[in-house]
Design a protein. Sequence first.
Length: 320
Amino acid sequence: MGIFDGLFGKKKMAAPTPVARRPLMAPGGMGKRPDPLYDEMNNYIIVILDSCRYDSFLAAEPKVITKLGPVERRWSYASWTAPSHYNLLMGLLPHTSPPHVYASDYYKEDFIRFNERFGAKDIEFASFVPHLFMPTYLRKTLGYFTHAKVSLPVLNPKTPINRDFDTFKLMEKHNDMNAMLDEMTFSSERPSFYLFNVGETHYPYARPTEPKNLWPRLSGVHGVFKHLDDHVTEGKLKDGGKTEPFFDQEKLDILRGRQIDTIQYLEEVFTRLYDMVPKNTYITVTSDHGELFGEEGYFGHGPIQHDKVYEVPFLEGKIR
Ligand SMILES: [Zn+2]
């Protein structure tokens, strides 16, 4: 049985589209967008606090961000930025990990929540078929404008995650959510969707005002692209694959404190966000994965199998 069996009811999948002899849309275009499908639809914003641990979020005691609703402890489907954002954009928001529930039943129930988020009716898991990609559904079925502003280069606009977005921008600085808000606009004609991938909470956990020379420097962790090949010579690991000595717990505790500090800093950015959004705006705030600060010898996220790398905060609602 396939993993989606039972999710699509008795509806048959559409027959494959015949191969077109010429492009179906103008270069740079994405085909016709329908009028908004329902009368009172919401703008929908999903804010991903990259790497933000659930317990860091609680320790920061945010008073502004939490105006949206109660903070839930949830679990991400993935431990690294790229696959996690793919899941999020499929509509698979961090899950509640309920026991004694079939996955197919969980997906069905969870997708019904999109009616409230979008101000729509009749949305179910099958509505996302066959693309299984939220921006495609928002743009081509519900008539949304779709935008992404990302902080991490692994989500840059050339990656396959940039699909059916009207605009998709890798921000100049990796840690400046305020700059995203400078460019946020809404239309009275149709609802807007925004994905904000926020980097303040990502290593090195720095406020945008902090000079770079004060950022903590950990050898081997500065940029997965920049240093990934440094250790490889003619297909072999240099020095037999030896890495720098692992940093001490004292340093890791400082880093955890820095992540908490960035959440406290983001309070003022969320104040601005909540002031800027029109009345009919639904907002989800969560993380793409957690972060390890020394537990069982781990630092960071990605190739780590540990509860804390999946545990994330989740909250959502309308601010007014
Ligand atoms: Zn991430």
